[in-house]
Design a protein around this ligand. Structure first.
Ligand code: SF4
Length: 554
C-alpha cells in the first residue's frame, strides 16, 4: 500500500543488518564478479559492443557473434535474439538458450517520455517495413519494438533512426532504460508541472554514459507532473511524481524501489520534494546508490527494490543526502489520489493552449510499419507534428486545432484505431508472448486481441474502467499484478487431462492510492479456450454484486 502521509511510511519487512556483506556490493568492497553476467560486464562494457556490431558482426554474420555479446552486451543497444518459430511453450524451460533462439533480433527503439515527431514515427514505420517484415509493437514502457531484424541490417537501421534523433542506446541491459514520462507533459490543462525538461537533461547527461552503464540490473525511471499520475510510478526503480509544495510551489515527490516481476514491490516515498532543476542530480544520486550498493551476487536479487526492502526509505534518503547529493533534501507532501480512474488520456481533450489532443487505442499495442507511416501522415495532414506513446500501449496525437478534431478521429477510426473505444479495447494489454519471446510459455497478443473482440460482442453495455493484462510467462512485462484481472501464462490441464495453454488468474490489482497487487486466486487456472467465458463471468458477477461507487480492485 502506498504511503499517504507527509512522512515516509514505516518500513514493512526489513531483513537483519549484516545480510548485505556477501551480496556483491561494490561499496563494501565486493568487486570480484560473482556470476556470469557480472563477469562479462567486467570484461567489457556493454556499450562497447556497438563498434563490433558495425565493423565486424554486420559483415561476418550471425554465426560469428561472440556468445557474451549475443546474449549479453547486445542488449545495451536494444537487441535481443527472438524465439525460433514453432517451439511450443512446454520446451521453454528445458531447452538451452541457443536452441530456443532464432538468427533474428528484436530491436527496441527507445522513446523517452513517449515523445515522437511525425518524422520520427515515419522513420520507425519505414525501418519496420524495410528491415523488420513490417512488425511494430508499442510497449507498456512507451518504446516501439520491431522483430525479424538481421544483424547485417543493424548499422543501416541505426543510421536511419539517428538521422531523426532516435536511438536504441541502453534500450535493454543492466543500465538506465527508457525514461517514461507523461504523454501530455507541457500541454495538459490540469498539469501540476512539466517534467519533460528533466527527462531531456537526464538523457543528455547520462544515457550512453559509462558512469551508469554497468548497474547490477535494469533500472527503470518514471517522471510525471500530471495529476492523473500516468506513468505507473509505483512500480519503477525511481519515480518523480508532480506535487504542489505549500511553500515552494510545484515540484516532484521522490519514490524509490518499485518493481514487479516474480517479487513485486511498490515503490516507497522518501518524503522529499525535488524542484524541477534538481531532478537530474537526484536521479543520478539514486542510480549511483544502485550502482555502488546494489546487490550483484544473485541476478534474482539484483533490482533496487531488494536494497530498498533492506534499508527502508529513511536510510536510503540519508545515504542519498550524505554521500551523493552532499546536502539535505526538502521535506514534501504526498501526491493526491489520481484525478482520473483511466490514466491513459484516450479520447479528445482540450490542451491548455486551446488546441486538442486525441488519444487512440490500437489492440494490445500491436501495430505495423505501414500503419505507423499512415498515422504519421494523418497527424501531419491535420496540422500536428507531435505524437506520444503511453504506458498502456496506446498513442496520442497532440496539438490539433478544433476544426481538425473530428476529421482526425474519422481518419484514425478508418485505420481501426478507436478514439472512443470500449473499456475492453482500452483496458487490455498483452506482452510479446510466445510469438517472439524466448521465455514465453503461451501466446498473448493474438489472444488478447481476440478477447477484446469477444467481450465487446458479449458485453456491449459494460462501461466500468477495467484492466485485463496478459503475460506469456511468470515475468511481469504486461504488469499482471497491478491489473483488475491479471492473467499469467502457463500450461494447464483441460477437462480431458491434456496439457494446454492457459493462465493463472490474479484478481484485484490496482495502482494509485489504493495500490496493491492482485490476489492469486488459489487453484484458479483457465485454459485459453475458456478465457472469454471466465472473464465474462467475473465481470457479470462484479456488475451484479458491487456496491455504489465500488471499484473492481476493492
Ligand atoms: Fe516474454 Fe514473459 Fe515478458 Fe511476456 S512476460 S514478454 S513472455 S518475458
Amino acid at each position: 500500500m502506498a504511503a499517504t502521509s507527509d512522512r515516509p511510511s514505516p518500513a514493512t519487512t526489513r531483513r537483519k543488518a549484516g545480510r548485505h556483506r556477501g551480496e556483491g556490493q561494490w561499496a563494501v568492497g565486493h568487486f570480484t564478479p560473482l556470476n556470469g553476467n557480472e563477469q562479462f560486464k567486467k570484461d567489457d562494457d556493454g556499450l562497447n559492443v556497438r563498434t563490433r556490431i558495425e565493423t565486424v558482426y554486420a559483415k561476418t554474420g550471425f554465426a560469428s557473434i561472440d556468445p557474451n555479446d549475443l546474449r549479453g552486451r547486445m542488449r545495451w543497444w536494444g537487441l535481443y535474439t527472438q524465439r525460433k518459430p514453432g517451439i511450443d511453450g512446454g520446451k521453454t524451460a528445458v531447452l538451452e538458450p541457443e536452441e530456443l533462439e532464432d538468427e533474428y533480433f528484436m530491436l527496441r527503439v527507445r522513446v523517452d517520455g513517449g515523445r515522437l515527431s511525425v518524422a520520427q514515427l515515419r522513420a520507425i514505420g519505414e525501418v519496420s517495413q524495410e528491415y523488420a517484415r513490417g512488425t511494430a509493437d508499442i510497449t507498456d514502457r512507451q518504446n516501439i519494438q520491431l522483430h525479424w531484424v538481421r544483424i547485417e541490417d543493424v548499422p543501416a537501421i541505426w543510421r536511419k533512426l539517428e538521422s531523426v534523433g532516435l536511438s536504441t542506446t541502453e534500450a535493454c541491459g543492466d543500465c538506465p532504460r527508457v525514461i517514461i514520462g507523461s504523454p501530455v507533459a507541457g500541454i495538459a490543462a490540469d498539469e501540476i508541472i512539466d517534467g519533460s525538461p528533466a527527462i531531456a537533461e537526464i538523457e543528455r547527461r547520462f544515457i550512453g554514459s559509462k558512469e551508469f552503464s554497468n548497474l547490477p540490473r535494469k533500472f527503470k525511471t518514471a517522471i510525471s507532473g500530471s495529476p492523473v499520475q500516468d506513468v505507473v510510478h509505483e512500480i519503477n526503480d525511481v519515480a518523480f511524481v508532480g506535487v504542489e509544495h505549500p511553500e515552494h510551489g510545484p515540484g516532484f515527490d521522490l519514490w524509490v524501489g518499485g518493481g514487479l516481476s516474480t517479487n513485486p514491490r511498490l515503490g516507497e516515498r522518501l518524503g522529499a520534494w525535488v524542484p524541477l532543476a534538481e531532478v537530474p542530480d537526484a536521479w543520478a544520486g539514486v542510480v549511483g546508490i544502485f550502482r555502488d550498493y546494489g546487490y550483484r551476487r544473485l541476478r534474482n536479487r539484483a533490482r533496487l527494490k531488494f536494497l530498498m526492502a533492506d534499508w527502508g526509505p529513511e536510510k536510503f534518503r540519508q545515504v542519498l543526502e550524505d554521500e551523493y547529493l552532499k546536502r539535505k533534501l526538502i521535506d514534501g507532501p504526498a501526491p493526491a489520489e489520481p484525478s482520473s480512474r483511466w490514466r491513459d488520456h484516450i479520447g479528445v481533450h482540450r490542451q491548455k493552449d486551446g488546441r486538442f489532443y486525441v488519444g487512440f487505442a490500437p489492440r494490445v499495442g500491436r501495430v505495423d510499419g505501414a500503419t505507423l507511416v499512415k498515422v504519421a501522415e494523418l497527424a501531419a495532414a491535420h496540422g500536428s507534428d507531435r505524437l506520444n506513446t503511453t504506458v498502456e500501449q496506446k498513442m496520442i496525437i497532440l496539438d490539433v486545432a478544433e476544426e481538425q478534431v473530428e476529421p482526425l478521429v474519422a481518419g484514425l477510426e478508418a485505420l481501426d484505431f478507436q478514439v472512443r473505444p470500449s473499456p475492453f479495447r482500452r483496458g487490455t494489454m498483452a506482452c510479446t508472448g510466445i510469438e517472439f519471446c524466448k521465455l514465453a510459455i503461451v501466446e498473448t497478443k493474438g489472444r488478447g486481441a481476440a478477447l477484446i473482440d469477444e467481450l465487446e460482442r458479449r458485453m456491449p453495455d459494460f462501461e466500468e474502467p477495467i484492466t485485463i493484462n496478459l503475460n506469456g510467462c511468470p515475468n511481469a512485462c504486461a504488469r499482471i499484478q497491478t491489473a483488475d484481472i491479471g492473467l499469467k501464462g502457463q500450461l494447464v490441464l483441460d477437462e480431458d487431462g491434456n496439457q494446454v495453454e492457459g493462465y493463472q488468474v490474479h484478481l484485484g490489482g490496482a495502482l494509485g492510492l489504493q495500490a496493491g497487487f492482485g490476489r492469486k486466486v488459489r487453484g484458479l487456472k483457465v485454459t485459453a479456450a475458456e478465457l472469454p467465458d471466465y472473464v465474462e463471468r467475473v465481470l457479470t458477477n462484479f456488475q451484479e454484486q458491487r456496491e455504489v461507487g465500488e471499484r473492481f480492485a476493492t
